[in-house]
Design a protein around this ligand. Structure first.
Ligand code: ZN
Length: 461
């Protein structure tokens, strides 16, 4: 047991003062009391505001190492400009050089940065399963073990989402080039899932195993039906409607838009998370909200890749739930993801404060929605400071200049719209106190290894 005492915290029924929070040995919150007295042995830091720490629901951690390498105006894709598809070609080329050791070191840096940003847990959408060319490693789950090792080293909560990726494009096209590292038919994938279960059994009890049919490009309707038994429990994530060309290809092939097709054919419910869901008709938006599936929004990656803008207002009006992810990890920042999400809506609609109801704070609405959506998408008991839930906590600096003069909900508005990274001071994931005074407790070792790996990788690129 350990006990935290803070001057202020955001509890399920609102802001509270003098809050005492007891964490059990199992990583869960044992008790929370407001208006409490500080007791001997309580861990107390002055000028801290305690919040539930959200999940980062969508990450491809290896892509963190490409950040800054793909911002030259490159050659046009077949659509005629430098776009998502040209970026994807560069990403595949990068993959030809990654070893399992590289994958682990990069993931460790990425997960560490997520914790330092205020995220307590990550949904790793993991598809680099095999060697370049597609031959399996001796251990079929070699790279998943590396992801698990990075999670253990950093202490981040992990929802591992092994990806089923079978085809290179719509209409069951064969895998090409860099895609071969992802490739699994059903038999290979079922072996991989058996190995994933063993890996997760060896990790802390807050670890969750889900699965991810990559997209309707990479997993056909026939395969989705055949593989359905492999995902009878746990979260299911799928990329959907990120790109206009992808929507057009699916319409041509299946006679329905991707989100529409999934809602009509795949028993969509609260276990599902549609990553991106950028291009939806009003009808798809309403139906998706009603299905209970979480929209996995990745605003900074979607901006970086020129994907488009999510139908935020319509989705929230239909009581849809979203969470946020850092996806390509071009930048890892909890508050900037939320800021970018709201600003994209303002730019699109030419209005202010789009994603909050009248009289409500944008920051509080964005933050609390991301908490609920993230917890649901991770299949994780978290998302609030309440007994029984995992102690996923972030303590922010109430004395930070960006928060001067702000109170209650304005603190979240100040952090999200005006603040910077050093507002985050301490972070716990399922009670593991991994970030102290703004710095991950293993930062030096993780950073040094990453630098060594990058030096080697650059020589091979
Ligand atoms: Zn993605």
């Amino acid at each position: 047991m350990s006990t935290l005492f803070v001057d202020k915290a955001l509890l399920p029924d609102g802001w509270a003062r003098n809050v005492r929070l007891v964490m059990g040995q199992n990583g869960r919150i044992a008790d929370v009391s407001a208006g409490a007295e500080r007791q001997a042995g309580d861990e107390y830091q002055s000028s801290r505001i305690l919040l539930p720490a959200p999940a980062n629901l969508h990450s491809h951690s290896f892509q963190r190492a490409m950040a800054g390498m793909t911002e030259n105006h490159g050659p046009a894709s077949i659509a005629g400009s430098d776009d998502f598809w040209t970026w994807r070609t560069l990403m595949y080329a990068f993959l030809d050089h990654l070893t399992p050791g590289d994958i682990e070191a990069i993931a460790a840096l990425t997960f560490m940065e997520m914790l330092e940003a205020g995220f307590a847990t990550v949904g790793e959408f993991h598809y680099v399963h095999h060697q370049p060319g597609g031959v399996a490693y001796d251990n079929i789950a070699e790279t998943s073990e590396r992801i698990a090792a990075a999670a253990s080293q950093t202490g981040i909560g992990l929802t591992l989402l092994p990806v089923l990726y079978t085809y290179g494009a719509v209409n069951e096209q064969p895998l090409k080039g860099g895609q071969q590292r992802f490739g699994c038919d059903l038999e290979r994938f079922s072996k991989l899932m058996d190995a994933e279960r063993r890996i997760v059994a060896g990790l802390p009890e807050d670890t969750v195993l889900g699965m991810a049919p990559h997209s309707l490009r990479a997993v056909s309707p026939r395969l989705m039906r055949e593989a359905a038994g492999l995902w009878s429990s746990g979260p299911v994530h799928i990329h959907a409607a990120e790109q206009v060309r992808e929507v057009e290809d699916v319409v041509e092939w299946l006679g329905a838009r991707p989100v529409e097709w999934l809602l009509d054919n795949a028993d969509i419910d609260e276990r599902w998370c549609f990553i991106h869901a950028t291009h939806m008709t009003p009808d798809e938006t309403r139906r998706m909200a009603e299905s209970g599936a979480v929209a996995g929004l990745c605003p900074m990656t979607e901006s970086n890749l020129g994907d488009g803008i999510f139908e935020g207002e319509r989705f929230l009006a239909a009581k849809g739930l979203f969470g946020i992810g850092s996806d390509s990890n071009i930048r890892i920042s909890l508050h900037e993801e939320l800021r970018t999400l709201e600003y994209s809506q303002r730019l699109q609609d030419r209005r202010r404060v789009v994603l909050a109801d009248s009289g409500k704070s944008a920051g509080r609405t964005l933050y609390e929605t991301a908490l609920s959506g993230g917890a649901r998408a991770m299949g994780r008991d978290s998302g609030a400071l309440a007994p029984g839930l995992y102690a996923d906590l972030v303590a922010i600096d109430a004395s930070h200049l960006s928060l001067a003069g702000l109170k209650d909900d304005q603190v979240l508005d100040g952090w999200i719209f005006a603040g910077d990274q050093n507002i985050v001071r301490d972070v716990w994931s399922a009670g593991r106190h991994m970030v102290r005074a703004g710095r991950h407790i293993r930062r030096d070792a993780i950073e040094a290894r990453y630098r060594t790996v990058m030096a080697g990788l650059l020589q091979r690129l």
